[in-house]
Write a protein that binds this ligand. Structure first.
Ligand SMILES: Cc1cc2nc3c(=O)[nH]c(=O)nc-3n(C[C@H](O)[C@H](O)[C@H](O)COP(=O)(O)OP(=O)(O)OC[C@H]3O[C@@H](n4cnc5c(N)ncnc54)[C@H](O)[C@@H]3O)c2cc1C
Length: 854
């Protein structure tokens, strides 16, 4: 054998063996024995010089040291722990509570660099019970029928009394309340599906139902309330006799909610004729959903006990209490107008409101635990209400826009056939698929007992952002039809409302910049939290042992991730193990690759930047994007499996995963490009992108398949918009567009006959009605066919039409929206008064489209 081959053999044995051991995370002891064996063999059979062998044995010595636990603890770990303590980022109690909220689920696997797909795949597909399905098909469908969004948002500024009554009667506000208190006790998945359906019809309705079923008094009581408090409030909340709200946000404390200055001072006071120890509350809150009509106000405030009436502390911190709004001094009733979506939202204040101590949720022992309660509950709630709202909006937009783009013709072609419009349609459908998948898979996991805090933040941020993108694209495809407000406009209101979901439950910029990666890095990382706690352990010896174990496991994990990231990038992850051998196989492999790359990049970011990473929000946000892309892509793959792997959905799955993973690649690239430590960035790039950025975004051809799928009637279109309110009935344009789409497909042969007749000169009229007449006379089509064509085109004209109004009603409608004429300007007040009489008589007029101009 030539020297070259012999040397190649030894090289492969050492380098390949090292990569193999690291790639498979073989433990330190076994790896050391394997390395020792290989080195011994090389010493005996190889041809290395003495110096070379000496060097190799010295290197082996370095590998042996970590196996000597006592030695390494004293000589390596102890000094390392000292340095680590100086680097530790400062952490307030509220930050700690936020970090510890919820539990770690699939996000932990993605953080590991070696996701165990069996864990995700073993979760059962979420399913509605018969009772939940009956609720969706019954009361929920009926409620959608009753909702008239124009009446709600423009005429009335509220839902009608009948709608309120219907919601209460059918316990829409009690989906999370157990049956023993009179609630519906629905699963998280059912809760999400109800909100999705309502959101496809009216954002005002979905917000009104969403809040009591999300983070509010009922949820707080269920988890933390005393039995007495539960008995007192839950039956009333379930029956809708009590309307809840939860007030945390103050004028000076929005995103930094822990900075509220609203106070409760423990003191003596008179309550129902007796002197008791209670709390004197002062607050000023704003933006509170349902506050104007609430009967019970959940209130967050800081509790003080200067006279030590309940203990020996001066301050207890954020505390949550339930205050009946009938209590003397509670101010509610005024309203905000959130972007013309008039769900009940407004300020509340209270001055020297005295209440008993047992108004604290959970009683006196829960004094000061309010923040912990809130972040714990947010870790679940954030995954449901807002993501489902976005998904519902997306489904309605997909269903309507797909049909509209096929029906609306310009240049004698459906606008859907133009590639630019097709690109927007593709995004609308793909983004909706991602939202559907994320909501279904995550709510399904919650029903299995998970409390996925980081995925909840991912869903909150990404679904609401995708919802906004879908709303934008849908508006563009509709052109003027989406812009002219009126009863016929089914898009404008949800387009306007998109920033609401972006802002609430943790505004999106903050969620992306601070929470997703910030919480994920510490919470989901297999070792960081262990190291952090070990470093803070007051028992220093125990802390050293714990830290030592975590540190060396961490080093092994980082080496493994480097090997995995490099090998997977080099081979395009073609050999990585995945759970299924299906057409989606490559996507699982790509997630494996990015999981390793992400874990490696995260470790180096934390190692080199330490506590400064918290201020480097752009770097943190980009890593958060990579984690989010992997999470959402996994949800898409799991959703596809949960739905029985329908072949017609494959283009949607491929587009979604490819878009997400392309985004992961680009965000990792931007992260490395902006990483302040350039040598480390170079080193990371060698491991993460040894072949450059090789992953491409979806091909145009794939987009074309998706356009076909959403612009034609079919199972994939129906499945994608499964929860949307698509019933064909007057007043539901989303359903009527589908009816027209089906008719256009059925009548396509007749339309073809007309076109042929025009070509042959048998008909020459400009307007469609006249063409039909001529075609009937020329016996190109029968009388019956002519009637069908006329009926279809009448429907089409109606669907393409927009509203217009008497000129003076536009200004008056503005005054009506403001409602409160006292706070309007004098000019607006006098204009509103002078036009009041005319307002009663006139109503929007629907402009008839010119015949045949469709
Ligand atoms: C329609 C609606 C309903 C609401 N309902 C309720 C309710 O029922 N109960 C309740 O208590 N509250 C409610 N809120 C309040 C909501 O939670 C707050 O609006 C939200 O927390 C943001 O606060 P802010 O609006 O004061 O924005 P600010 O805190 O002033 O933030 C402004 C911008 O700065 C960004 N930002 C702030 N800090 C950081 C940071 N460290 N890093 C990066 N970016 C940052 C934010 O993301 C945001 O983009 C509601 C709000 C709205 C609009």
């Amino acid at each position: 054998m030539s020297d070259f081959l012999v040397n190649l053999f030894w090289f492969l044995l050492f380098v390949g063996g090292a990569i193999y051991l690291a790639y498979n995370r073989v433990n330190l002891f076994t790896s050391t024995v394997a390395a020792g064996g290989a080195l011994l063999a090389y010493t005996i059979f190889g041809s290395g010089s003495f110096l070379w062998l000496l060097f190799l044995w010295l290197m082996f010595g370095v590998l042996v040291v970590p196996n000597l636990r006592d030695f390494r603890r004293e000589k390596i770990t102890r000094p390392a722990l000292g340095i680590y303590r100086t680097m530790l980022p400062s952490m307030s109690d509220t930050e700690r509570d936020a970090l510890e909220a919820g539990n770690v689920w699939w996000d932990g696997e993605l953080f590991s660099g070696m996701p165990d797909w069996d864990r995700l795949m073993s979760f059962p597909a979420p399913k509605l019970s018969d009772e939940e399905q009956a609720f969706l098909d019954g009361p929920c469908e009926e409620l959608c029928r009753m909702l008239d969004d124009w009446d709600i948002s423009h005429e009335r500024g509220d839902m009608s009394p009948e709608v309120w009554q219907f919601m209460k009667k059918h316990r829409f506000f009690a989906m999370i309340i157990p049956k023993r208190y009179g609630g519906l006790e629905f699963s998280a998945y059912a809760n999400a599906m109800v909100i999705t359906k309502l959101a496809s019809r009216s954002t005002t309705a979905s917000s009104t139902v969403g809040v009591p079923n999300s983070l509010g008094p009922a949820e707080l009581l269920l988890h933390y309330g005393t039995e007495e408090q539960k008995q007192r409030y839950l039956p009333g909340l379930a029956a809708g006799d009590e309307i809840p709200c939860f007030a945390l946000t103050s004028p000076q404390a929005g995103s930094d909610a822990a900075a509220i200055i609203d106070s409760g001072v423990v003191c003596r006071g008179e309550w129902e004729g007796e002197e008791i120890v209670g709390i004197r509350l002062n607050w000023e809150k704003r933006y509170i959903t349902l506050a104007p009509v609430a009967t019970v106000l959940g209130l967050a405030f800081k509790l003080y006990d200067p006279d030590h009436l309940i203990g020996d502390r001066d301050e207890y911190g954020i505390t949550a209490a339930l205050i009946p709004t009938s209590t003397q001094g509670v101010q509610i009733g005024r309203r905000h107008l959130p972007l013309s979506t008039p769900f009940q939202n407004g300020p509340t204040s209270g001055k020297d409101v005295f209440v008993p101590l047992d108004y604290i949720i959970g009683g006196r022992e829960m004094a000061g635990k309010g923040w912990k309660m809130l972040v714990e509950l947010l870790s679940v709630g954030r995954a449901i209400t807002l993501p489902s709202t976005a998904s519902g909006g997306g489904q309605a937009a997909t269903y309507a826009t797909g049909a509209y783009a096929q029906l609306r013709k310009q240049f004698n072609l459906p606008v859907a056939r133009f590639e630019g419009v097709g690109e927007a349609l593709t995004r609308i459908a793909g983004h909706t698929y991602i939202m559907n998948a994320a909501v279904a898979v995550t709510s399904g996991a919650i029903d299995q007992g998970e409390k996925p805090a980081v995925p909840a933040a991912i869903l909150k941020y990404h679904c609401t952002e995708l919802g906004r993108k879908v709303a934008n694209d849908a508006m563009d495809v509709h052109g003027g039809k989406g812009i002219m407000m009126g009863p016929r406009n089914y898009l404008g209101r949800s387009y306007m409302a998109a920033p609401i979901a972006i802002t609430v439950e943790g505004a999106n910029i903050l969620t992306r910049s601070l929470i997703i990666f910030g919480q994920g890095a510490i919470r989901c990382h297999p070792f960081v939290l262990r190291e952090l706690y070990a470093a803070q352990d007051e028992n220093r010896d125990q802390g050293l042992i714990e830290f030592d174990d975590a540190l060396f496991s961490h080093v092994g994990y980082a080496i493994s991730n480097a090997a995995r990231a490099f090998f997977l990038a080099l081979t395009h992850a073609k050999f990585s193990r995945v759970p299924l051998n299906t057409p989606t196989r490559r996507y699982y492999q790509n997630i494996n690759r990015y999981s390793a790359a992400f874990a490696l990049a995260s470790d180096f970011a934390m190692l080199t930047l330490g506590g400064k990473l918290k201020q480097k929000e752009l770097l943190s946000a980009r890593l958060g994007d990579v984690l989010s892309s992997m999470y959402l892509a996994s949800a898409v793959l799991k959703h596809f499996e949960n739905q029985g792997r329908p072949a017609s959905d494959l283009p949607l799955v491929e587009w979604s995963v490819r878009t997400l993973m392309y985004n992961a690649q680009e965000q990792l690239h931007s992260f490395l490009r902006n990483f302040p430590n350039r040598p480390v960035a170079f080193f990371l790039r060698c491991f993460i992108f040894p072949r450059g950025r090789t992953y491409s975004s979806p091909a145009d051809e794939l987009g074309q398949k998706i356009v076909e799928l959403v612009t034609r009637s079919g199972e994939a279109r129906e499945r994608l918009c499964q929860q949307a309110y698509t019933t064909i009935e007057p007043g539901n344009p989303v359903g009527l567009l589908q009816e027209a789409l089906t008719l256009s497909e059925a009548l396509a042969p007749l339309e073809q006959k007309l076109r042929q007749a025009r070509k042959e000169g048998l008909i020459d009229a400009e307007y469609l009605d006249h063409q039909i007449e001529q075609a009937t006379s020329a016996e190109v089509i029968s009388g019956d066919e002519a009637a069908r064509l006329r009926s279809y085109h009448a429907k089409l004209r109606e669907l393409m039409a927009v509203d217009d109004f008497p000129a003076d009603q536009i200004g008056r409608a503005g005054a009506a929206i403001h409602g409160d004429t006292e706070s309007a300007t004098p000019v607006a007040r006098s204009a509103a008064r002078s036009k009041a009489a005319a307002r009663k008589k006139s109503s929007p007029r629907r402009r008839k489209a010119a015949p045949g101009n469709d």
